[in-house]
Design a protein around this ligand. Structure first.
Ligand code: FAD
Length: 778
């Protein structure tokens, strides 16, 4: 191989058994392929791709032009195999409708040119990943690549056969049966030793054919990562290659075939790829991949016969592997290393057999089917999950230790350095300000599932700049702030360069009825003067806390109780702002989040332009602030509950008391079951609420917001309490995050308004709704 051709990756010199006369090919292409050979003095160079195992594939270079040629292999061939005219036909049909395939240019049936039939297509520039772990890219890019792959597959399966004019391309219903019998025959023809697992698998497949063996979609037949060309820089599919096994058949066969790497046996090594599926590297889980596929195709993600299709894929892969080894023995092969294939057949067959009996199939997550996330939402969720697993959960213990040790130090409000480091990383990855739809582009349903994930660790929301009270305050400024206020305070909050607090609750009045608030905000020329005592101002101890939103009574003489209050921006360093003391939560300072403070405002003067929205409009703002904010807490508590249940189950499985594992004591088994039931219930109500905010807005979702605000923390408190009980003494110690979780969940029954206030509101709305429906019936 010389010059240009040698630069193409994954190619080698043409193998001796595949050599042909390049001059004849050059002359033929010069005559039949428009644009080829405009520079006749330029030599045609040819290299062979290592990966064209079945139909030898060649890289052609003529001057500046690059092509790819695929041909039938030489020698005696199975009658229905190596149909390269079909490959050409399907690529032509797909190219014509804009599906990403290399442009097919020319088909030649004349064996006198290079010894067999062949076709030529355009060479597509891009990246091909031969290792499914895609080394050398970031986890975020890896996720995006996998999402692009699965979307492309769903796109293929959504195509209309008639529009493609490929009606006769397949052989009608019964694809699965034909597959089992074809691969059984092909395997038997190539087998060099007896592998009982192959025979058992073949029998099992034939006896367990799906009832719906009549799906007729265009399928690829060999849809895997190394048959896909990606854009050189973007995570986008630019071409799907190798259509040899394409036909009309059951689409789940492609999906299962693509999913094989999730179960790949370590002993089945083919080439230099890594076959160890590491966690935390950005590869979506099989369930996630399936859910994206189903969303794109608009089908239910409860896939029938999934174990059949996984088993079939392994059977087919074992058959292909046996065929490659057989061709190696016959000296008719594209790679020198194909002797390795001999040892892979048995583990592949055994894996197929195991999966045929597997019950560990994708779970039907009804909630996720009913409440569909957008594409961005799914992508962000995958990346947040990875980030949690890879970066946040591993340092959780370290952060808890830091908080405990730091509680009595002078630097008690400082966060451990790892928090800032993680925040920078999350920001750099674009996992930032996810709570704000205007910035993140996420719906509330999208965010619900993401917040659930971040809720699994008590400091994770902060890492993604999604921590209350900053989130609520940013929403206030975003919705109601003037341009100047946004520039001065919203921008740095969104950047994460400052933090904020919210001062409404007062020690002297029952603040669950916010019309009681007494702090005064008095106009004085171009300023307002604030006087009052506040407490439970969360986050005020954070060294970055620079701004407070203060709610107070304004002297506007309104008769209406809900028109007498305003909200105003008060920089923390304004003279007269006196930070009195931190309040403890169950005896702890909550120092990681800047604590909860009593703050006094003594003759605090701020410019009149600091008033938000206008005089007497405080309750209007409070409603806007607390709608999504309240449900965000609920979303996160579901994550807490999932984590607590996980801990509960692990511990119940580890420890033995009175000669039985803990979970064998019926009371504990019931706690586990009740916890799962409760989680499913509150998740459904949370998602229903999120969907309602997306469609009707916060104002139209008041009842659901109030209901879930009560239901979620109550249920989660119970679940964490059970988990603590199952863990015994360890459950309340620093060795588990449960004590911290409990404190958090318990306070949510008071913070943002106590349960009783929300229950009264739900009852009022229910009575109103009942009355309305009664009137409608009359
Ligand atoms: C961890 C934490 C963080 C907080 N963060 C903030 C913050 O950042 N900013 C802020 O301004 N506030 C914050 N709060 C304060 C919180 O919003 C208030 O504590 C809450 O609104 C209740 O007000 P209160 O404490 O004055 O209780 P009260 O109004 O005195 O109520 C006490 C109890 O009376 C009962 N009650 C009240 N109304 C009714 C009713 N209609 N029917 C039956 N019973 C009723 C309830 O049992 C209630 O718990 C925080 C609180 C906690 C615990």
């Amino acid at each position: 191989m010389k010059s240009g051709a040698s630069r193409e990756p994954n190619t080698t010199e043409v193998l001796p058994q595949h050599k042909f006369d390049y001059r004849l090919l050059d002359a033929y292409l010069h005559q039949h392929l428009p644009g080829f050979g405009t520079e006749p003095e330029t030599k045609l160079t040819v290299a062979q791709y290592r990966s064209g195992q079945s139909n030898p594939t060649f890289y052609l270079q003529k001057g500046f032009r690059a092509y790819v040629l695929r041909k039938k292999p030489p020698g005696l061939l199975l009658p229905k195999a190596h149909k390269i005219d079909r490959e050409f036909e399907v690529q032509k049909a797909l190219f014509s409708i804009g599906f990403p395939v290399p442009k097919p240019l020319l088909y030649c049936s004349d064996p006198s040119v290079i010894g067999t039939e062949f076709y030529v297509m355009e060479h597509v520039q891009g990246r091909i990943f031969h290792d499914f772990t895609i080394p050398g890219v970031s986890p975020a890019e890896r996720s995006a690549i996998y999402v692009a792959v699965i979307e492309t597959l769903a796109q293929l399966h959504s195509l209309n056969i008639q529009s493609l004019q490929l009606e006769g391309y397949g052989r009608g219903v019964g694809y699965c049966k034909r597959q089992v019998s074809t691969w059984t025959k092909q395997y038997q023809a190539a087998a060099h030793q007896d592998i009982p697992a192959m025979n058992q698998l073949s029998d099992w497949l034939m006896k367990n054919l799906p009832d719906n063996d009549n799906e007729e979609n265009l399928i690829h037949g060999d849809f895997k990562l190394d048959n896909i060309v990606f854009h050189p820089k973007e995570s986008r599919v630019v071409a799907v290659l190798d259509w040899e096994l394409s036909t009309i058949g059951h689409p789940l066969s492609d999906l299962a075939y693509l999913s094989m790497f999730y179960f790949w046996p370590r002993t089945a090594s083919l080439g230099n790829q890594s076959y160890h599926l590491q966690e935390n590297i950005g590869i979506p889980s099989m369930e996630e991949l399936i859910s994206i596929y189903c969303r794109c195709r608009g089908i239910n993600s409860n896939l029938p016969n999934w174990n059949f299709f996984l088993a079939l894929s392994y059977f087919k892969m074992a058959g292909i592997t046996q065929g490659i080894y057989n061709r190696y023995l016959l000296g008719n092969n594209a790679s020198e290393n194909n002797f390795q294939y001999a040892n892979a057949v048995q583990p592949l067959a055994e894996t197929g057999l195991r999966l045929s009996k597997s019950t560990a199939l994708p779970q039907t997550d009804t909630a996720r089917q009913l409440f569909v996330q957008t594409r961005t939402g799914q992508e962000v969720l995958i990346r947040v999950k990875q980030f949690m697993k890879q970066h946040i959960l591993p340092v959780e213990k370290e952060v808890i230790e830091f908080c405990i040790q730091n509680e009595n130090s002078v630097d008690k409000w400082k966060k451990p350095l790892v928090i800032d480091k993680l925040k920078e990383m999350a920001k750099a990855e674009g996992l930032w300000n996810l709570f704000l739809p205007a910035i993140s582009g996420l719906t509330q349903v999208d965010y619900a599932l993401i917040a659930e994930e971040t809720g699994k660790c008590f400091f994770a929301p902060d890492i993604f700049n999604c921590q209350a009270p900053d989130t609520g305050n940013m929403e206030v400024l975003h919705l109601y702030g003037s341009e100047k206020q946004k520039q001065e305070w919203l921008e740095p909050l969104l950047q994460g360069s400052i933090a904020s607090c919210f001062c409404m609750t007062e020690p002297d009045v029952a603040s669950s009825d916010a019309t009681n608030i007494e702090c005064s905000i008095q106009r004085d020329g171009d300023s307002y003067i604030i006087n009052g005592r506040k407490w439970w101002s969360s986050g005020a101890g954070n060294p970055k806390c620079k701004i407070a939103i203060v709610m107070g009574r304004i002297n506007n003489k309104s008769e209406l109780r809900h028109k007498q209050h305003s909200m105003i921006l008060v920089p923390i360093n304004t003279p007269g702002v006196e930070i009195i003391r931190p309040l403890t939560v169950f005896g702890y300072l909550d120092n990681l989040h800047g604590g909860h403070f009593e703050i006094h405002f003594n003759q605090v003067r701020v410019p009149a332009t600091n008033l938000i929205l206008g005089e007497g409009r405080g309750f209007e703002i409070a409603q806007g602030r607390l709608g999504p904010g309240r449900i965000h807490h609920c979303m996160r508590t579901i994550g807490l509950a999932e984590r607590a249940l996980q801990i509960m189950c692990e511990r119940a499985n580890q420890r033995v008391a009175f000669k039985k594992k803990l979970y064998s004591h019926e009371v504990i088994a019931h706690w586990i079951a009740e916890s799962r039931i409760a989680i499913e219930e509150i998740r459904l109500l949370t998602l229903k609420t999120a969907l309602s905010i997306d469609t009707l807005g916060s104002a139209g979702t008041k009842k659901e917001i109030a209901m879930i605000k009560v239901a979620a923390p109550r249920a989660v408190c119970k679940i964490i309490d059970r988990a603590i009980q199952v863990c015994g003494g360890a459950g309340i110690s620093q060795d588990y995050p449960l004590a911290n979780m409990y404190a958090l969940a318990r306070t949510l029954r008071i913070a943002d308004g106590p349960d009783e206030v929300h229950l009264s509101a739900v009852a009022k709305m229910e009575l109103r709704d009942q009355a309305q429906s009664l009137r409608a019936k009359l």
